[in-house]
Design a protein around this ligand. Structure first.
Ligand SMILES: *Cc1c(COP(=O)(O)O)cnc(C)c1O
Length: 369
């Protein structure tokens, strides 16, 4: 089905940059360099510089970025790693991939970011790492998390898969922890045309460890000291991302304008909007609202050709794959209630004012009927 207003739309961005992207792809094909190499290194430097970090290491996807970052900071099989119950599944997949045991905590009702009081208790209980997820692009309270980790052995590894360009106290998400993981999945705020991810860090030793891990554990001389994986950011994707990166700040600014227009339009409706974290600025990867009429609203939008999505229909602890964590319904009530009420409305930089006005008018009419 062709939506009149889709949740996201990747074609216009490609068409806008078509000349540059096509020639970047042609350049890689002509170079004959298809794994690692100069295109990847160029993007890694540009991305690190954009973020204000020393190192970026391109890997196969965001989940691998998180798993390898956790291993690089010293998470060992059986270690506890704290994260939020309301996240996109790969956060937890990655913790398991690193051999660690996910310790879930609930989220705050205002903006659904990690409940730092619960996280602090779990960190005190001997966690080796904590993965704050800047979900929907809304930064977690990094002051509270830093305080919770001070004096402990617990490393912060940020999940920035939805947080390109988000800031806390004016500082970009991805610059707070020992390391951070980014995804370049096509629909993310900086998206490749396939899978992609990166680990960023200030620590050269940690960066080197990720280089080794992404290359079968080979430090460069076939003297493998640990078992790694094969996970590299494809040079074709790196070349495409290098074309897109200079536009990212403008795209983020446009997302913020769209989010503010929604905020203003929905202020008096019986819907719950996400509150901003104090001192934080979201990059609005998604625009979720909460309503107890979620399913009828979604169906109504669909009849008028407006696509909406649910991020996410189940918190982690109620998914069959994570039953072994031993949780029951009621363990994380805020996350559970949110999963029944959340609906993400269309948001992407190329969304026109006219299309957004259609979404706004339809949502307003639904609640006023
Ligand atoms: C997309 C996403 C990931 C994983 O990224 P992939 O590149 O798809 O592996 C991890 N965490 C969050 C919060 C995400 O949204």
């Amino acid at each position: 089905m062709a939506w009149r207003v889709p949740s996201f739309e990747l074609q216009s961005q490609y068409l806008t940059l078509k000349g540059e992207i096509d020639s970047a792809i042609a350049r890689v094909l002509a170079s004959g360099w298809f794994v690692l190499g100069p295109e990847l290194e160029a993007f890694e430097s540009a991305f690190a510089e954009w973020l204000g970090m020393e190192h970026a290491v391109g890997v196969g996807n965001g989940a691998d970025a998180l798993a390898l970052a956790l291993r690089a900071v010293g998470v060992m099989p059986g270690d506890k790693v704290v994260t939020a119950a309301n996240t996109c599944v790969p956060t937890v997949t990655a913790i398991c991939q690193a051999g660690a045991v996910p310790v879930l905590v609930d989220c705050l009702p205002g903006n659904l970011s990690m409940d730092m009081a619960q996280a602090a208790a779990a960190i005190k209980d001997g966690a080796r790492a904590v993965v704050p997820v800047h979900l929907y692009g809304h930064p977690c309270d990094m002051d509270a998390l830093q305080t919770a980790c001070d004096g402990s052995e617990c490393a912060i590894v940020e999940d920035c898969a939805q947080a390109h360009g988000a800031t806390f106290r004016g500082r970009p998400c991805g610059t707070f922890g020992a390391a951070a993981a980014f995804s370049f999945y096509p629909t993310k705020n900086l998206g490749a045309y396939g899978d992609g991810g990166a680990v960023v860090t200030r620590d050269p030793v940690l960066a080197q460890r990720v280089h080794t891990l992404r290359f079968y554990g080979d430090p460069g001389n076939y003297q493998h000291e640990e078992i790694g994986v094969n996970s590299r950011l494809d040079p074709l994707q790196a070349a495409i991302l290098s074309v897109k990166l200079p536009h990212l700040n403008a795209w983020t600014a446009r997302r913020r304008v769209i989010a503010r227009r929604y905020d203003a339009a929905f202020r008096d409706l019986p819907v719950r909007l996400l509150e901003q974290t104090a001192h934080a600025e979201s990059c609005h990867h998604l625009y979720p609202i909460r309503t107890d009429k979620r399913d009828t609203l979604q169906a109504h939008l669909a009849t008028l050709g407006i696509q909406s999505q649910i991020h996410y229909p189940s918190p982690i602890h109620l998914l069959p794959a994570y039953r072994h964590l031993g949780h029951a319904p009621g363990d994380f009530p805020v996350a559970e209630e949110a999963s029944r009420m959340l609906l993400s409305l269309p948001i992407y930089p190329e969304l026109s004012d006219e299309s957004q006005d259609e979404v706004i008018a339809t949502v307003c009419a639904f609640f006023r009927a």
